[in-house]
Design a protein around this ligand. Structure first.
Ligand code: NA7
Length: 538
């Protein structure tokens, strides 16, 4: 009988996190296997290929920082990157570093079981099982689709897609399209489809605040300036709060005159970027309700100015706080000036049911549709693990462990689940994704490197057991609670606190202390010889 291969490490996922983790583990000289349910790399970007998909971080900061030569030579054309460009970039990184040979696509991760005697994970996939000493899940924050429950879907003669799974050869041109949802995804889909479809019906439950993206071409001068300063730019990103490549404001919105405040908002509106508008203009928009109102009023006024039909403008204006993931767009509000774009306010007329020809709302109106796009978001963060059967010590499942709260240590380790590491697991830092991932990957690669060194020199043949404790988890939970307490995001329901899925308990899913502080915390952890994971060998 052939001896079954035991990999040193198995990584699940080939998005930004999985690819970089693979690169670092290979550099450590470990045998690594990567699996992905998709037919190609890209993770979130592989699946979310809806019309208009765009990263709303500026291009220069939406990439890896660890390959300076590539950073300075790889081409990007605009201030933001569209989905296909992100995919092409990740393919390029894989080829540049010869990583493809480690990856097995079309292989879905179903679950894993830890063997306490051997310190080995057995991983169940749709292509059979695999064994590894370390298991690293890079599943992404947004991979478990959230569908609206509208009765009688089977009766609808047209197609209904979720934005994370739109067939690539499907053309919306000339069709009657319904879009449900107006978060980051919905506003991008609506803006992209408005000019090409026969009719667009936008089903909106709670309106959101959006500012222009200003996705202009990157001139040679702009690019040269970034290239000349790239190291400094990344230093600033890593030390900042939201890590988006701009300096966060330190001025209160309430400390300046009305005229100055408006001038600052207007400048930010013209410069573009939702995150810059929220964090780069004033320091207290997300922490002080009065400051928040000044930003919300400014955007509400803009909606009034842009949208010609006052009834539509009224519906599009949010009344809650400006305290969800900030959005930016390339003409979202302007789309509603087109005759072929309608807005249905679901608060006054919720869904009744699907009909063979569309969707009926409870006011009796039947909205005739050829196709429905559900831009209804995800069961995010811990939701990425909701359908997996991961069993740690004594057969306890991750689901059981997270029943009261999705606890982790530093967003990446779970007590009772030795040698399992989560990239962007619950309570990871809330910040620009690539640098947040890099921080976690580098930290984990460091702890694994240290454990491997010890293992190799350990004469008694003990095994690596990298396991955090319940006490470390509890301390991290407390820190996450403290960091979140002042944020107005806690008072405005969204996926960020798990408040978007029917039946899901609200919880703290991110560390809100910022990337700079998070990096200081992991630096202390390293300097203490990884106290949260001690004793390494058992
Ligand atoms: P989001 O931000 O969760 O937005 C989902 C949208 O779908 C939002 O407008 C929801 O309305 C709406 N929704 C969800 N369920 C329903 C039902 N049942 N009926 C009507 N409308 C519904 O997801 P996105 O994909 O846009 O963005 C996720 C992240 O991706 C984003 O934050 C970026 O980080 C990238 P609601 O506001 O809850 O009333």
């Amino acid at each position: 009988m052939a001896i079954e291969k035991i990999y040193d490490a198995l990584v699940v996922g080939t998005g930004f996190a999985g690819i970089y983790q693979l690169y670092r583990l290979v550099k450590l000289g470990l045998s690594v296997k990567v699996i992905d349910k998709a037919g190609g790399p890209g993770g979130t970007w592989y699946w979310n290929r809806y019309p208009g998909a765009l990263s709303d971080t500026w291009s220069f900061a939406y990439r890896y920082s660890w390959d300076l030569e590539d950073l300075k030579t790889y081409k990007w054309s605009n201030h933001y990157v569209h989905g296909p460009e992100v995919l092409a970039y990740l393919e390029h990184v894989i080829d540049r570093h010869d990583l493809r040979k480690y990856i097995q696509f079309n292989t879905e991760f179903l679950g894993a079981k830890y063997d306490e005697d051997l310190s080995i994970w057995t991983v169940e996939t749709t292509q059979g099982h695999l064994k590894a000493r370390y298991l690293i899940t890079a599943l992404g924050l947004l991979n478990n689709e959230n569908w609206p429950s509208i009765p009688k879907k089977d009766e609808f003669k047209g197609y209904a897609f979720h934005t994370a799974n739109i067939p690539q050869n499907y053309s919306f041109k000339g069709k009657k399209v319904g879009v449900i949802g107006c978060g980051s995804t919905g506003i991008q889909v609506i803006t992209a489809l408005a000019p090409e479809v026969e009719h667009l019906t936008c089903f909106q439950r709670r309106p959101q605040y959006s500012v222009p993206a200003v996705n202009i071409p990157a001139t040679k001068e702009y690019r040269d300036n970034i290239n000349d300063n790239y190291e400094k730019i990344w230093d600033q990103v890593r030390g900042s709060f939201i890590a988006m490549g701009f300096k966060e404001s330190t001025i209160s919105a309430l400390s300046v005159s009305d005229e100055d405040r408006d001038r600052i908002y207007q400048r930010a509106w013209e410069r573009g970027n939702g995150l810059h508008f929220m964090f780069g203009t004033f320091c207290d928009i997300t922490t002080n309700e009065a400051a928040n109102k000044t930003a919300a009023d400014f955007i509400r006024n803009k909606i009034d100015q842009i949208v010609k039909d006052p009834k539509k403008a009224e519906k599009l204006k949010p009344t809650d706080m400006f305290a969800r993931r900030p959005l930016c767009d390339s003409g979202y509000y302007e789309s509603f000036n087109q005759d072929n774009v309608d807005l249905v306010d679901l608060k006054s007329a919720p869904f009744d049911k699907f009909t063979p020809d569309g969707i009926k709302t409870i006011d009796g109106v039947e909205h005739k549709l050829d196709v429905v796009i559900c831009a209804t978001g995800f069961n995010a963060v811990d939701g990425s693990y909701a359908n997996l059967n991961i069993r740690g010590r004594r057969g306890k499942t991750l689901k059981e462990h997270w029943e009261a709260d999705p606890s982790t240590y530093l967003g990446c380790a779970v007590s009772g689940f030795p040698n399992l590491f989560l990239l962007l697991g619950p309570k990871s830092v809330f910040a620009n994704i690539p640098p947040a991932i890099e921080s976690q990957v580098e930290f984990l690669s460091g702890v694994i490197a240290r454990a491997e060194e010890l293992r190799k020199t350990d004469a008694s043949g003990r095994k690596v057991v990298l396991e955090t404790t319940e006490a470390s988890e509890a301390k991290w939970r407390e820190l996450c609670e403290k960091a979140a307490v002042s944020s107005l995001f806690t008072k405005t329901d969204s996926w960020i606190f798990g408040a978007n899925v029917v039946g899901k308990k609200k919880s703290i899913l991110f560390y809100w202390g910022g990337l700079g502080t998070f990096r200081n915390i992991i630096k202390e952890e390293i300097e203490s010889n990884y106290k949260g994971f001690y004793p390494f060998l058992q």
